[in-house]
Design a protein around this ligand. Sequence first.
Ligand SMILES: C[S@@+](CC[C@H](N)C(=O)[O-])C[C@H]1O[C@@H](n2cnc3c(N)ncnc32)[C@H](O)[C@@H]1O
Length: 382
Amino acid sequence: MSFAAATEEIDEVKERAHFVAVVNAFKYYKLCSLDRIHKSEKIISMLPITHQRRLDKYKTYLTKFKQCLDVNNTIVHLIIKDVDTMFENVDHSNSMEIGTNGESFGCNYNNCEIASQKQHKMQHDVEKVQSVLKNIVRDWSDIGAAEREQCYTPILNELEERYPKEEYSDRGQVKVLVPGAGLGRLAWETAARGFACQGNEFSLFMLFASNFILNRCPEANKYTVHPWVHQYVNNVTCDHQLLAAQFPDVRPSGDRPNHNFSMTAGDFLKVYTEAEEWDCVATCFFIDCAPNVIEFVERIYSILQPGGFWINLGPLLYHYSDMTTENSIEPPYDILLDIIRDVGFDILKEQTGVKTKYAQNPNSMMQHEYDSVFFVCRKPYC
Ligand SMILES: C[S@@+](CC[C@H](N)C(=O)[O-])C[C@H]1O[C@@H](n2cnc3c(N)ncnc32)[C@H](O)[C@@H]1O
C-alpha cells in the first residue's frame, strides 16, 4: 500500500527537524514512560514502612508495568524501523542524521530553562506515542470492534446504500477520500468493499504507525500492545492497567486487494486543491480538527464532483478551541448545518445523539461518550 507525502512548498529544514523529533519521541517512549513508574516507586519508598508494606502487591504490579513497557517498546521500534524511506516520493534517510543542533533528546536534561522546555516538549510528544498505542486498539484490535461498529459502520453502510453493487459492478471507478484517516481502518474497510479509496493524514505519529500496520503486518494478531499501561487513575484492578491487546485483528496487507488503496501525508487543505476530483468524501471525527470549519466544508464541496456525497460522523470537539495561539471558531451544529446548506450542499440525512466513543479504555471508571452527529450531504448537479 503506497504512502505519498504532500509535494507542496514546505520549509524543508523545519520539516526534516519535525520528522526527527517524531522519530525521537518513539525512541524515547520507554525512557519517558519508565520515569512515571520510577516516580511511583520513589514516592512509595518515602512512605512510612507500614504503608509501604500495605502497597507490597501494588509494587509487584509496578514491576509488571515495566515489562509491559518493554513489550510496547518493541512495537514502537518496529513502527519507526525504515520510516526514513516510507514515502515513495520523499527520502528522509539524511534527516536521521540531523538531531536538533545535535543535542541529546533524553529525558534527563540539565536543570536550565531551555532543557526544561525541551523535556516538556519531549514528554508531550511521548504522550502522542502513547495515544498512538490506544489508536491501534481502536482501529486494529478485537477490543476496538465495538467502537468501530459505532463510528465506521454507519459510514460504510451509507457507502453500500449510495453505491449498491447491483448498480456499481466496478466500484473501483468510485473514488472515495477519507481525510483525517488516523490509522487507516475506515479507509481500508472502504477499499476492501471495492471502492478506490485514499486516506489522508497529516500527523507523522499516525502515519508511521499506519505504515507499519498496513504494509508490514501480513499476519493477523501477531503483535501485542499494552495500551492502558500509562493510565494510572480510574483503574478497577491492576490487571486492567496491564491489559494486552493483540493486533491487527485482520491481515491488512494480506489477502484483500489493495491496489485501489493509498494514503497521502499532508494537510488536507494543502493536498486537495483540484476541483471535482472525488465521488465521495467520508469524514469520521475529523471536521472539528479545523480552526475554521468553514474552510473544510468549502473544500469538501469544491473537490466533490456534482452529484457527489459527503458522509460525516463525529462530535464538534473543536480541537483548536482552547489554544491561545490559534484563531478558532466553534459554530454549534445548528449553525454548521446552515453553513453547509449555504455553501451549496443538499442535506439528505442527518441525525444527532449518535453514541460514539474514541479510543476508550473499556475497563476505566471514567468513560467519555459523544452524542455525535451523522449526516449525508450531496453536491447538487448544476
Ligand atoms: C480525531 S482523529 C480521527 C481519526 C480517525 N478518523 C478515527 O475516527 O479514528 C483526527 C485525525 O485527523 C488528523 N488531521 C487533523 N487535521 C488534519 C488536516 N488538516 N489534514 C490531515 N489530517 C488532519 C489528525 O492528525 C488525526 O489523526
